[in-house]
Design a protein around this ligand. Structure first.
Ligand SMILES: [Zn+2]
Length: 439
């Protein structure tokens, strides 16, 4: 299945809710290249985000193209129709060249018995002990596990096949990258399940280049990983080895790699991710998603004046509507209401208080993960402000861009792809920035 567009070994998914930071995000990839590692940027935006912001997929494409042109980026880059289904794929077809086929809603739906029977019969090789070279382990699949896994996932994989073929028909085979995502579900998939799912994906004829399983531990939005990082590393190693196995065994694309969703701010597992991709000489797609907009708030607060006033207003409004803002994300946020400053306290805050509470720097005393998570889901508040918010972004572009680039490069790209540790605490000052700061 190796033909057509091929996603590079290292790629980073970047979200940009309001479509103003593509250049600052691309700048982080340029800094990675200057430090010796090529990372392909993928601008992702889900249908839900488009609905809340009131934007169209074409706007993501325009912003990406403009950034690439402005900065002279010559390597590949993509626009990702994020978490799409048969119902939502249509509006993404023209603007996107990367499609994340989301099958989570169909996990657990029963496939017809004859489909299960024929899958189990066809895949006798999946029963027994499958050695996974390099992972210090093997997976054991009994006939019961094979059948149960097929019962749980086969219908979902077939749904992905339906959506894949809609896109293939419209764009042509090889004209786009396919990812299959299963992360937005209640239970993590084991390496054994991943093997079986990928065999089913191969049967379905989907030339999948990235696969996003749900890993164990909590991947809350915009804050650190909660779980056992050692267990994560063992699990990731088995998953990576399982991928190498299915590529050899079923002829899936040779560049097939893991995609780590909700990957923003998972600082405590970045060393494990880096060690694993090094150990297996494997690629990875890290999806950092929606935290760029928090850097916009940090930049506005840092700017002071109207910027700080608006950043406070966003918080106060989000606090007033906390329950309704949090409801859709209940499974992926953990806010302690007692840790949230009141509206009155917030009114008295300085730039420094706001930025140090919101900026995610490991070990910083003032960092407040509850406030950060509330603001993360509060982008609806800024979306409602419309022009007023966007005008302030433009007026404070330099200070915001600095925060966006620094967050993406120092806190995400450097530890994951370059293996730099402790980078989060390091100040980064470019010559251009020093010049603007002096001015
Ligand atoms: Zn996801």
């Amino acid at each position: 299945m190796d033909r057509g567009r091929k996603l590079g070994k290292y790629s980073v998914g970047v979200g940009d809710r309001f479509g103003r930071q593509a250049k600052a995000q691309l700048q982080a990839c340029i800094e990675a290249r200057e430090n010796g590692v090529e990372i392909e940027p993928v601008w992702n935006k889900s249908n839900r985000e488009h609905m809340i912001i009131g934007s169209e997929p074409a706007s993501v494409r325009r912003a990406a193209d403009a950034a690439v042109k402005a900065l002279g980026w010559t390597a590949p880059y993509y626009c990702d129709a994020d978490h799409i289904t048969a119902q939502t794929v249509g509006r993404f077809i023209d603007a996107c060249d990367f499609f994340t086929l989301d099958v989570a809603d169909f996990i657990g739906q029963a496939a017809p018995v004859e489909d299960i029977d024929s899958f189990v019969k066809r895949h006798g090789e999946l029963q027994g002990t499958i050695e996974l070279p390099g992972a210090n382990g093997a997976v054991e699949i009994t006939s019961e596990v094979l059948r149960e896994t097929a019962q749980k996932f086969l219908a979902a994989v077939k749904k992905a096949g339906v959506v894949y073929r809609v896109i293939e028909k419209a764009k042509g085979a090889g004209a786009f990258i396919s990812e299959v995502s299963m992360d937005e579900t209640d239970r993590a998939q084991s390496p054994a399940e991943l093997l079986i799912i990928l065999a089913a994906i191969a049967d379905e004829g989907i030339p999948v280049q990235t696969i996003a399983p749900k890993f164990s531990g909590r991947f809350n939005k915009g804050v650190d990983y909660v779980g056992d990082s050692g267990q994560f590393e063992r699990e990731m190693a088995l998953d990576v080895a399982a991928i190498a196995h299915v590529v050899r065994r079923y002829g899936l694309p040779g560049n097939l790699k893991l995609s780590i969703h909700s990957g923003s701010d998972k600082f405590s597992i970045y060393p494990a991710i880096h060690a694993t991709i090094r150990r297996f000489n494997a690629g990875v797609h890290l999806k950092t998603a929606g935290t760029t907009w928090l850097e916009e708030l940090i930049g506005l607060a840092e700017a002071g004046g109207d910027g700080l006033a608006l950043a406070k207003e966003v918080y106060i409004e989000a606090l007033a509507h906390r329950e309704e803002l949090c409801a859709p994300y209940a499974a992926v946020i953990d806010i302690d209401p007692a840790k949230l400053p009141s509206a009155a306290e917030m009114r008295g805050w300085s730039s420094e208080q706001y930025t140090s509470a919101l900026r995610h720097v490991e070990g910083a005393a003032a960092y407040n993960p509850s406030l950060r998570q509330l603001l993360h889901v509060g982008f609806k508040v800024a979306a409602k402000m419309g022009r007023r918010y966007l005008d302030l972004l433009e007026a404070n572009e330099a200070v915001i861009a600095k925060n966006v680039t620094e967050n993406l490069y120092l806190r995400h790209i450097a530890p994951v792809y370059l293996g730099t540790t402790g980078g989060a605490a390091t100040e980064r000052r470019t010559p251009e920035l020093l010049a603007t700061e002096k001015a």
